[in-house]
Write a protein that binds this ligand. Sequence first.
Ligand SMILES: Nc1ccn([C@@H]2O[C@H](COP(=O)(O)OP(=O)(O)OP(=O)(O)O)[C@@H](O)[C@H]2O)c(=O)n1
Ligand SMILES: [Ca+2]
Length: 497
Amino acid sequence: MSAQREMKEKNPWHTPVTIIFTVIGVIAIVALVTVAVLQNRPLPQKYKYGIVLDAGSSHTALYIYEWPAEKDNNTGRVEQTHSCKVKGPGISSYASVPRKAGESLSECMQEARQRVPEKRHSETPLYLGATAGMRLLNLENSLASDKVFQAVEEALQKFPFSFQGARILSGQEEGAFGWVTVNYLDDRLKQSLETRGALDLGGASTQISFVSDDFDGSESPDNGVAFRLYGNDYNLYTHSFLCYGKDQALRMTLAKQTQSGPVSISDPCFNPGYIETKNYSIVYDSPCVSNMKPQGAPATFTHTGKGNFSQCQEVVKRNFNFKQCKYSQCSFNGVFQPRLQGPFGAFSAYYFVMNFLNLADTSIPLEAVTEKLSRYCATPWNQIKQQHPGVKLKYLAEYCFSGTYIITLLTEGYNFTSQNYPNIKFIKKIKGSDAGWTLGYMLNLTNMIPAEAPDSPPLPHAGYVSIVTVIAILLFVLFILSLRPLWPRCSKQPQII
Ligand SMILES: Nc1ccn([C@@H]2O[C@H](COP(=O)(O)OP(=O)(O)OP(=O)(O)O)[C@@H](O)[C@H]2O)c(=O)n1
Ligand SMILES: [Ca+2]
């Protein structure tokens, strides 16, 4: 009798039992893993949307944001999916025809209506925030600014979104929300990393915001914004300089050069060969310079360029007052500023200008930047026009001034040095979303950044599935081993029949 037969006779049921247990075991494991995977599979995504209109001094832009409907609270999840630049100037330029301020928005709003899925329209919040252009108009003529807002609100209410109002942001809000945007997109808030300061240069105002160990808000409470985000406390320093956006700074610089009401000026901030007739009434038509308008000046002056960086820097510097400072330290105009700290992101006109001048790379030493800028300013206007046929002449004419202004503002104004200049990064977008105050503004108004860190599952989905699978296989192996006494005994002896 063979050994096999002998065994079968001893345990006549052992083979079917082993087979049955094995099959049940395999089925159980497959079922367990399948249930675990299916139960924890990410559900098909549904999205929510938010729309913010940035009514700046020079133009209005519309941004659409999108985030997964189930996870409003998770950082880094809100993304900009679309932006639309409104044709024409900023809404404050429509002071004499407010109706047109509203009408100007309709093209971008129609785009938004198409981009946001129809079934989400009614629940999609729509905000309009106006910055320094409307701040200035409000100072100059508050009735006119009210009328612009009325026209804009009427136009926006015609769209199917959930309109949440149009208002002027304070300088602090503009600075602080720019900082929130940059650090949210960088994922620095949730991960409790060192934050990045925000530098925003607009047409009519400019903002600086950063966290400094020196600053707890006590020395100058107006410059402090306290946040509690994801369980961390931040004492943010922020300041907005009205009139120090690049368009208003240019007006101030022109005003400095036309104090005596001359018929012509030779401007070091414009390229040699540049010549343009300008109206006194237009240059001085802003609260930033209106009190400097020379008496008895002619109607126009001839504005010619002489392209000299260092002379331009001297004129630009005259816009900053370094004399009085009642605090431990100041930037300029008697404004408190703590010690600069950490990395910085510089966006809006900082980026447009430095990118145009091929100076967006801050590993270029500051000395080389001024050298390049000097050469750019000294380049004849005709040559500049030939080299950049696609660029708007208004922008093109101003790059020598703008570059000089930016370097002067950063070094003389904010006290950046050759050592910490490389800490600045000129940026336009972070992970596909524009750097600016709009995202931070929406995150705040929709309560999308919690004060406390949200609870998250201890394991990510993939980790969970892997562990369940490994444990199931381990249990199965142990189970099979436990049946060992029932295994057929293997014999290497030749079978004897
Ligand atoms: N490609 C571009 C686009 C814009 N600009 C200039 O950059 C400046 C600022 O633009 P922006 O940041 O859009 O300013 P606003 O938001 O309109 O102004 P504010 O924030 O002061 O209200 C303006 O002088 C504009 O002419 C530029 O030089 N090059
Ligand atoms: Ca702006």
